[in-house]
Each structure stands twice: as C-alpha cells, then as structure tokens.
Ligand binder design. Structure first.
Ligand code: MG
Length: 368
C-alpha cells in the first residue's frame, strides 16, 4: 500500500450567491480549491481537497497549499498510505507548520484506508452517530434588512441554525444585524453572531451590551485568545472560539480556562482528518460542543466533513457545513447532498466520492 504518485489539481469554485462577505470588508466570489490524488503500488487511489477562505482568513492560501504539497510530496513517495500516523509524522518532519498544506494528503490517505478496509471513513473514525448531521447556514455580511430577508429562504431549505457574519467597526450596525435576524427566528432556531476576529475589545463589549436580550451565541469576537477571553468573562450567553483554536495547545488551554462553550474544528486548520479527529475526541471527553467543518471546499471536503461529523456523538455536534451547496461547481459525485437542513456521511468505502475528471482537468503537477 505504498504511495507511488501524488497528483495535484486546481479547481475554481464560484459562489451561487455571487460573493461572500465577512468581517473587515473581506470577501470572496470564487474559491481556489486544490484537489490531491494519491496512487499506491497495489492500485488504490485516494482523494483529498483543501480550500482556504481566500488568502486573508487563516494563514493559508491556494497557491500556498500547492507549493507546500510540492515541497512535502517527494518525502511521501514509497511511504505506506494506510499508516496514517506515520504519514503525518513524515509530513511534520518534512515541513514545519503549515497544517493546511497537509490536510488534503491526510484526507486522501483516509480515503485509501477506507477503500482498503471496505469501510466508510466515518466508521473508521468511530462510527455513525444518529441518522444525519444538522447543518448551519452562514449569512454573508450585508445590511441588517438583507441579512434578515435571507432567513426564511434558508429555513425553506431546512436550515434551523444561522451564523451571521458580523464583526465590523460600526458597532450599531452589527447590533442592528443581530436584532434584525433574531426577529425572523422561530422556536427551535439557533443564532450565532460570528465576528471572525473583527471587533476590538471595547466594540465587542458594546455589542454584548446591545444584544443582552437576544438568544444568541457570540463567536470569535476579537483577534487574540486573551481579548476573546476578556470579552467572554463579561458576556452571559454561550461563547464560541474558532480562529484561535488551531491545535491542541489552545484547545486544552481554552478548556482549562473555561474560555469557550463551543469550538469550531476546521479540518485544514488542524492539518487533516487525523488531527481534527484527535481534537474532536478530546472535546467529546471534555464536554465541549463542536462545529465540525473546514475553511471552505467542494464535494470532497463536504464528504470529509460529513464523515467527521457523523462519527461525533450527536449531543456534542453543534453544527456542520455543506459547502458543496454554496458553490456552482461540483468536483465529485457521491458527496452528501443537503436534505431538509441535514446531511449524511456516504456509505461507500473510503470518503465515498468519485471526482469528476472533466472538472479537475489536467494535473498541475505530479510527484513520483
Ligand atoms: Mg467562525
């Protein structure tokens, strides 16, 4: 089961809604996704994908993913694809940091392990909990009225969990956004206001004061962990950390210091399914609920998210994301499709997807 070839493809994923806006005036209209194919000497093929949310969200960007894989790839030729801890060890020795670079390779190895074992990845990650996985819908940052107007359409698609993109320096505008969307909610809906590090501490505290009467989760208000913790200490409601939780150190520190109630585990932020699962399993034991997702992606990443989420105990699973429903291009068949606001991990062996070769086109490069 040794790796003989790593092929790298690039796919543009345009957004159905035209563009996606979040804190600090940042926006993306076409996502730059990287797809990795790994072949082994006994005929197995595995697929992975990594898709940063533009070059300015996390320390990650599309060209960086490909340059990193170009750097790591030669160290993996001949390595056993199904011995995934060893593969991760090799990647960490070959390239310090850059977890997102390693994510698609790790994902492709899980795909191979599943195919070799004849089991879907979610079973290898712990088993299938419950019928399906509940999804949230991100609401792109627009005017309060435009954001509120989106809720009923998304609810018609089955979503009951809404993540508002806030985090601008006009605090009154963000307070108005939260109130406007909250007014559209029905019993059973959940509202999260995600500032994506966009507020200074005093701004976050003003927002918290201004929405005290609203049933809302506050997510990642400020840039640093310490700022977020200071805000959390003065906020009565549930609190989510995302951007700062990028490994086990901040996760364990956050737990010890009661810095959050929910964490967002993005597969590529941790460096792949192996490390995301490690964090997921710790959260399960520590009683920390999770949003399980990635920074962005197409069908391959959506399948990986479904496997990670579906193998997480239901009560710890706060939300997950069906990124393939946000974009106009499908890069694989067999990926989960949203059904009444939920999705299910595929039942076929591995990730359960087959890439569309006509969408991938020619490989940008191959490492042999
Ligand atoms: Mg977030």
């Amino acid at each position: 089961m040794n790796i003989t070839r790593i092929s790298v493809y690039q796919v543009d994923l345009p957004l159905k809604e035209g563009s996606y806006h979040w804190s600090g005036g940042k926006s993306v209209s076409v996502f730059d996704s990287t797809v990795v194919r790994i072949d082994t000497n006994d005929g197995y093929t595995g697929w992975g994908e990594v898709c940063p949310l533009g070059p300015f969200y996390l320390p990650a960007f599309g060209q960086g993913a490909r340059a990193g894989i170009y750097e790591i790839g030669p160290h993996l030729i001949g390595a056993p694809a199904t011995e995934i801890a060893r593969i991760n060890r090799r990647m960490d020795v070959a390239l310090k940091g850059h977890p997102y670079v390693k994510s698609a390779i790790d994902m492709a190895c899980w795909d191979i392990l599943g195919k070799a074992a004849g089991m879907p990845v979610c079973e290898l990650l712990g088993g299938r909990f419950g019928e399906s996985v509940q999804l949230y819908r991100a609401i792109s940052q627009e005017s309060p009225e435009e954001m509120a107007a989106k809720v009923s359409g998304y609810r018609d698609e089955g979503y009951r969990r809404f993540q508002l993109k806030v985090g601008c320096h006009d605090v009154d505008l963000d307070i108005a956004r939260i109130h406007a969307v909250a007014a559209e909610l029905e019993r059973g809906d959940i509202l999260v206001a995600d500032a994506n590090t966009g507020w200074l501490k005093h701004e976050a505290l003003r927002v918290c004061q201004g929405v005290r009467d609203v049933d809302v989760y506050i997510e990642q208000p400020c840039a640093t962990y310490d700022e977020c913790r200071a805000v959390r200490a003065r906020w009565d409601g549930p609190f989510v950390l995302d951007e700062n939780i990028d490994g086990l150190d901040p996760l364990l520190r956050g737990h010890a210091e009661q810095a959050m109630d929910v964490v967002n585990i993005k597969i590529s932020k941790f460096g792949g399914l192996t490390k995301a699962r490690q964090a997921r399993d710790l959260c399960v034991e520590m009683g920390i609920a999770m949003t399980l997702e990635d920074s962005w992606g197409g069908d391959i990443i959506t399948a990986a998210i479904a496997h990670l989420s579906h193998s997480t105990p239901e009560e710890l699973r706060f939300t997950a994301t069906d990124f393939n429903s946000y974009v106009t291009v499908s890069n694989a068949t067999g990926a989960p499709q949203r059904e009444n606001g939920t999705m299910k991990a595929p039942t076929e062996p591995g990730l359960g997807i087959s890439p569309r070769t006509e969408v991938l086109g020619e490989a940008l490069f191959e490492i042999e």
